[in-house]
Every structure is written in C-alpha cells, then in structure tokens.
Design a protein around this ligand. Structure first.
Ligand SMILES: *Cc1c(COP(=O)(O)O)cnc(C)c1O
Length: 550
C-alpha cells in the first residue's frame, strides 16, 4: 500500500535531518558524546520528575528553584538571617506573652510532686488563656458549652479508660466495642448502605489523610502511577498535607462567585490520573456547601471515587433537615459518594482527638489498612496511621454521643444555624462589609471593597475576639459554635463589627497599616514562598521553646 505523499515528504525530511545530525556529531569525541547523552538524560529525567510531581505552574516552580539556589549563597544567607532575626524574636516573645511566670520545667523532678502540687500547676497554666470562649468570642475551637455534668461524666469515663488501647482488642474488649459503635452510629447518620465500614481517627486531618491514602493505593492498583487529588481551592489544607505525605499530586479547582466548587471546571480538569474528586460539606473558609450531587454524578460518569469532607459540619449537616433547614443531599444516599470524613470533635462536642472516616464498602476501607505479615514482632496490622491508640479518646467520644443524643444535637444545630443566619443578615446591613460565600451552615465570612478587612479583625481582637484570617482573597470569618448560639452573643458580635467597621472606614489609611494587613501584605509581596515558610517554622519552633528572658 503506497504511503500518502505527505508522509513520504516528512519521512524524507526526517532522514535528511538525521543525516545532518550524524554528520555533525562525527565532529565530536565519542566519550564527550556518551557523557552528554547520559547527562542530558539525567537532566531530562530530573526535569520531568519535577514536572510530574507537582501541579504548580512550571514557571512558578522554576522561580522557586532559582530562589532556593540563590539562597544557598553564603552572603544571601547572612543577609536573610540578619533581616529575619528581629521578626523571629518578635514571634518568640508573642508566643510567650501570656506566660507570666516564666518558669519552665525542663528537667524531670527528682522526687515526684504530690497530686495537689501538680493540680496547682495545672490550674496556674490554665489561667494563661485570655479568650472568653463561653461568651462566644472565639471562632470555632471549642464547640460545646462544657457543662459541668458532661465534663464530670467524661472525667469518670477517662478515669476508667485512661490506659486502654484498641490496638489490643483482646485486652480491652470494651473499648473496641465503643469504637465500633461510634463508627456505626456515624455511618448510620450518613445513610451508609449495608457493607459500609469506617475508622475512628485522631481528627479530621487524619481522616482525610486516610481517605487519600486509600485512593492512592486503589489508583496504583489500577495502574495509575502518579495519582491526582482533585479538590476546590477552598478545600481544607489537610488535602495538601495528604498529597504531600502520600506522594500524590493535588489539583485545585476554582470556585464560583459564591465560593462553591465550579463543577464545569472540575469536569475539564479530570484526566486519567485523577484518583478522587473532593467536595466539602461545608468548606472551612466560607462555610459554603459544594455541589455534592453534581460531583457525585461526575464521579459515577468517570468511574472516579468521590470523597465528601464533612469534617467541620459533620454533626450539623445530618441534623439540618430535622432542625427545619432545607439541605441538598450530601451523604451516601448519593450513589457516587464513596467516602466521607466527619469530625466528632467539632460539632459532635467530643473532646479533641476523634473523627470518623467512612467508606461505602469494606473493600475501599481495606485500601487504608497496613500490614507487615512477616514482621519479627509477629503479624502486624493497623487500620490507621497510629500504632497504639488512645482508648480514652474513643471512650469519651462514645460517652458524649450517648449523653447528648439525637434530640439535643438537632436542638443545638437549630440554634447554631439560626444564629448564623441572623449574623449573616445583620452583616449585610453594615456599611462597607461584604459577605463571602453563602453561609450554608455555621460560618460567616466577610470582606470589604472599601477598607482593609484585616484592620476590622485586629480591632475585634483588641475587644477580646479571636476570629480566623482568610486569604486569596483577604477576608475573615467567624465559625459559630454552641457558645455563639444565643441572642446576647449574636447582638454583641454585630454591634462590635459595626463599630470596628466604622472606625476603620474613617481612618485615613483605611486600615492598610494594621498589623495583620502588614503581615499578609508583606507575605504576598515576597516572591519566594520559602521565606514565608521560614517564618512559619519560626512560629512552630517558638511553640516548643523555653520562654525568652524578660
Ligand atoms: C477542621 C477541618 C478539617 C480538619 O480537621 P482537624 O480536626 O483540625 O484535623 C478538615 N476539613 C474541614 C472542612 C475542617 O473544617
């Protein structure tokens, strides 16, 4: 069969080019040639590995690489260290500002203290905290009112289960059962079908890491070498952490004007190596629920698993319907949803250290398990990241769920959603304030076109509030807990925001000079993110440091 003319022509050209190349190469020493081919291959492999490892634009990565190389020069290092030193000292000072005693126990006491002495110290440390959680001045963080009856019950439960460890199910059969019951209760809240399964983890981050780990393993079993997590720009940073830990790539889908994942964009961003589609119900920054139904359909159509991150709203969204607030389906009733993360230690009101990761099938759950069948210490198997697990965490979670019960969760949900909507409505009437997202559940995020919103946050901070800073774009949010769910806290909050907004809008620089505005402004201006990273490390170092001399 004769080849079409076009192809002949091209083949002609190719062989001609090949000849030129060969003639050209003859001029070189074979050794030089071999070395450069070998070196070139290495460079190619390195570049292609850098390219396939991350989803960041190539230019950005090359720039970061160039900065990282430049930073290795000794004189650059000295200059940066010199400039950073005062900032680091500031961070250290600020971390320890509430530690008035400046006594730091760095050595094991030779002789043990009495329980009374230990208790005294603990009470003293507890008094360092300045924020009034019960008055509703702290965003998120503590989700319950910490009623005495509840805490006294937990203290007794902790007493009995302090040393239990579900890793040894034979030694602690009771705590194993508690874990299994908590998981099954939450699976049922999310309408999981028969055959579903899940694990109790230490928190939302671990739940998300476990789900991503399972999908990575599933993808690799299906022959995808470098799996990609596809989630919104508003998805929790735990997905980035999961990608980092599991050696996966993560691709961020843009959100629409309402801060909701753009499903059309998600569809366009699907490639053969996407191993999970993520939707949040709701997301952390603005409390907006992503279009879970559409994501579920997309997952079914492309045969890609779908994870719903309900960490934040885990113990609100299942109760909204009964509390009288309409909500679209977000759970296992959507056939494409294959896993869900739900934090008990947020609105489930359990002490910190528990969250649930759920799977539609046991088979999916198996992809998160880890075993070393030939270990010299015996056949080893764990379901989550931990080896030994704090049985007391499971016990206090179990006790809290049973103690509060469904009616109380529904009642709290109703109060929290009601208060959130009153705040959102009230904020719309404050001059200069612009809401972000749709506050579908318990978060109200806000910004301003007229002044720097961070200055409002700083003024509220001075008034004893602890709100959360958002960026890209700049905004702040309040995440309402049961402590905010009353008229007094709601009215006080609205009045304080109104006053702060008025002050900032009347200031000559419109808040540009506020501390947070300056910090985030600076961070946005340094092209080298590794410098911002270094400051965050200074913060983390400071958290572990002994107090500086006063
Ligand atoms: C809090 C949160 C997480 C992470 O949970 P941690 O318990 O802090 O690890 C994940 N997703 C969302 C939406 C959250 O709000």
């Amino acid at each position: 069969m004769p080849l079409p003319d076009g192809i002949n022509l091209v083949m002609d050209k190719v062989s001609h080019l090949h000849q030129i190349t060969v003639d050209h190469l003859r001029k070189y020493d074979p050794l030089v040639l071999t070395i450069s081919v070998f070196g070139g291959t290495l460079v190619y492999l390195k570049v292609s590995r850098i390219y396939s490892r991350s989803e960041q634009p190539l230019l950005k990565r090359l720039r970061a690489y160039a900065f990282a190389q430049a930073r290795k020069l000794p004189f650059v290092q000295r200059k940066i260290a010199k400039e950073m030193a005062p900032a680091k000292a500031d961070i250290l000072k600020s971390i320890h500002k509430d530690d008035n005693d400046r006594v730091f126990i760095a050595e094991l006491p030779k002789k043990g203290k009495t329980p009374v002495e230990v208790q005294q110290l603990a009470t003293q440390y507890d008094a360092y905290g300045r924020f009034d959680v019960s008055e509703g001045k702290v965003s998120g963080t503590v989700y319950t009112d910490r009623a005495d009856e509840h805490l006294e019950m937990l203290a007794k439960i902790y007493h009995d289960y302090a040393y239990s460890n579900p890793l040894h199910a034979d030694v602690f059969p009771g705590v194993r059962k508690m874990e299994a019951e908590v998981i099954r209760i939450v699976l049922n809240l999310y309408h999981a079908p028969a055959g579903s399964s899940g694990s109790l983890t230490t928190g939302g981050t671990e739940s998300i890491i476990m789900a991503c780990f399972a999908y990575r393993n599933l993808a690799q079993a299906r022959g995808i070498e470098s799996p990609v997590i596809l989630c919104a720009t508003t998805a929790h940073a735990a997905f980035d952490k999961a990608a980092h830990l599991c050696g996966m790539r993560i691709r961020h889908v843009p959100v629409d004007a309402n801060c909701r994942l753009d499903v059309k964009a998600m569809k366009r961003m699907i490639t053969n190596d996407v191993c999970v589609l993520v939707g949040s119900s709701p997301n952390y920054p603005t409390g907006t629920i992503d279009p879970i139904k559409e994501i579920s359909e997309l997952g079914l159509k492309h045969n890609i698993p779908v994870h719903v991150d309900a960490c934040l709203g885990g113990f609100l969204v299942p109760f909204m319907e009964e509390a009288g607030y309409g909500i679209d389906l977000f759970d296992f009733r959507l056939p494409g949803v294959t896993s869900i993360s739900c934090d008990t230690h947020k609105y489930g009101c359990t002490p910190k250290g528990s969250s649930i990761v759920m799977y539609r099938t046991q088979e999916l759950h198996h992809h998160q398990f880890f075993t070393v069948p030939e270990w010299s210490g015996g056949i080893y198997a764990t379901p989550t990241i931990a080896g030994s697990r704090a049985g007391a965490n499971a016990a206090v979670a179990w006790a809290t769920l049973l103690y509060l019960g469904k009616d109380e969760y529904v009642r709290r949900c109703r109060e929290i959603i009601k208060s959130t909507r009153v705040i959102a409505q009230g904020m719309k009437k404050i001059a200069g304030i612009k809401l972000m997202g749709s506050s579908d559940v318990s978060v109200v995020a806000f910004t301003s076109d007229q002044f720097n919103i961070y200055a409002v946050g700083d003024l509220l901070h001075k008034k004893g509030y602890n709100l959360n800073t958002l960026q890209n774009p700049q905004a702040i949010h309040v995440c309402l807990t049961y402590n905010h769910a009353n008229e007094k806290a709601v009215n006080a909050f609205l009045a304080d925001v109104r006053e702060a907004a008025a002050t900032v809008s009347q200031s000559p620089d419109k808040g540009k000079g506020s501390a947070t505005a300056a910090l985030y402004g600076m961070a946005a201006q340094v092209p080298d993110m590794s410098l911002v990273e270094e400051m965050t490390f200074a913060y983390l170092d400071a958290c572990y440091a002994e107090p500086p001399k006063q």
